[in-house]
Design a binder for this molecule. Structure first.
Ligand code: ZN
Length: 457
């Protein structure tokens, strides 16, 4: 019976992969260089012989070689960080098991209280704090030193550390709640815990996803209403045209942490919210902001959040099935040595952490591909909604500060959770090639007879 459920889940996963497209995170991030006038390259825009490939190359050539080398180095370094992170955490988890420290942490939790859920929480706090401390040097390098080295970070160490501690606190609370629920399930349903555990995790993630914009994001940034009608009104107009019932546009003070440009559309039912970050506002033209917002609205209109949750649901169910099989095998083999004898034993938690991080490490290219496909969809939607192909290309170039512009196809498949700059600019130029007549008319100010518009299409 369980085997059948796994087979059905695998089949559903394959179908979902074939049928659908990219991932929850609706963030178009770009680090901005000083603003460049839109359309500088596109001198051939009204020509009959507009070549999208040549126009793409012309845009790419605008980035000076030294800047290109820097962003390539930053992004390629990120490939290695995926590996170093995985290895560092794996070593910590193994150390906790092999040294018997995990068993001692369980014993301590059991001495303090007889109440099982509190034991789970006490073990979790010890486990999390120890793991956090042991991997802290890597976190500092990755999140602070390296970001400053490439000019992407704006925080001094104090505020950065403050954000890290807030993150740790949230992880203690929410991770603790989830684990208390999961261990309750493992204790009561020793044979089928994996399927109920997967469902519980998914419900929990959905809940987090719902409350994050309202209760978690404001802990790290301030959100204010955008008052400038010159920027706000075209965005709200585009939102209305695409069936998004937002009344306000919000600005996030992301420059507190980073120089990256980003924007997103979030919310359910009546809580829809369009959010721009202040870097985007400061460093992009109105046309560029419209191009970005068209993309973000694409995520919204195409229900990427819901599709992403469904995709992730399949990943989680398969992950729990894998956890069950592999943990039984490992505990049968080494459980006595580790003094951790079954899934229900808290001392086995580092094993579960090791197995789940291995699972996600192996899945990296699949998760990236799912995300990249959805981002590409949002790009196409954004081109049709904002009708700003040159502004789109300019924004794509601004990504070049931290994302390699022109990777090989295998590299893009494995490591890119958004399409590369070349892919995105080419899509914009291909769109432009098929709309030259309209764009030409717009440039001459004759092509737009709709009433009351603001130069938008
Ligand atoms: Zn996106």
């Amino acid at each position: 019976m369980q085997r059948r459920i796994v087979l059905i889940a695998v089949f559903a996963a394959v179908l979902a992969m074939l049928a659908s497209t990219s991932f929850v995170r609706g963030q178009t991030a770009a680090t901005a260089a000083p603003q460049t006038p839109t359309g500088a390259v596109a001198t051939t825009s009204t020509s009959e012989h507009f070549d999208p490939a040549a126009a793409t190359n012309a845009y790419l050539a605008k980035v000076p070689p030294d800047k290109r080398a820097k962003s390539d180095a930053y992004f390629e370094g990120g490939y290695w960080l995926i590996l170093w992170d995985f290895l560092a955490f794996s070593i910590v988890f193994l150390l906790l098991l092999v040294t018997g420290l995990s068993a001692r942490m369980r014993d301590l939790a059991e001495r303090i209280t007889r109440f099982k859920p509190i034991q789970t929480f006490l073990y979790w706090v010890q486990f999390l704090v120890l793991t956090w401390l042991l991997t802290f040097p890597l976190t500092v390098y990755e999140g602070f030193i390296r970001e400053h080295k490439y000019g992407l970070a704006t925080q001094t160490f104090g505020p950065w550390m403050g954000d890290q501690l807030k993150g740790l606190g949230l992880f203690v609370v929410f991770g603790g709640l989830l684990l208390m629920a999961l261990y309750g399930i493992v204790r009561r349903l020793p044979r089928t815990w994996w399927i109920w555990g997967a469902l519980t995790s998914l419900v929990f993630l959905t809940f987090l996803f719902l409350i994050a914009p309202v209760f978690i994001a404001p802990l790290f940034n301030k959100y204010t209403r955008l008052e400038d009608p010159a920027i706000r009104d075209p965005i709200l107009s585009m939102a209305r045209a695409n069936g998004i019932s937002a009344k306000d546009v919000f600005v996030q003070d992301a420059s507190r942490q980073t120089t990256r440009v980003s924007a997103f559309v979030t919310g359910f039912l009546n809580t829809e919210r369009i959010v721009l970050n202040d870097n985007l506002l400061k460093r992009c033209s109105v046309a560029e902001i419209e191009a970005v917002m068209g993309h973000e609205m694409g995520h919204y209109v195409m229900h990427h959040a819901y599709k992403g949750l469904m995709f992730f649901g399949i990943v989680i169910v398969l992950g729990f099935a894998f956890l069950r099989k592999s943990s039984e095998w490992a505990l049968g083999r080494w459980g006595d040595k580790w003094r951790a004898h079954a899934a229900v034993d808290l001392a086995a938690l580092p094993l579960f952490a090791l197995l789940i991080s291995s699972y996600f490490f192996v899945l990296t290219p699949i998760l990236n591909t799912y995300s990249r496909m959805e981002e590409y969809e949002a790009d196409i939607f954004g081109l049709n909604a904002a009708r700003q192909p040159d502004a789109e290309a300019e924004v794509d170039l601004k990504l070049a500060d931290y994302r390699k512009l022109d990777p090989g196809p295998i590299e893009e498949f494995f490591f890119y959770d958004h399409p590369s700059g070349r892919t995105r600019i080419y899509a914009a130029m291909r769109w432009k090639a098929e709309h030259l007549h309209e764009l030409g008319n717009r440039e001459q100010g004759t092509g737009n007879r709709e009433i009351g518009n603001r130069g938008k299409w």
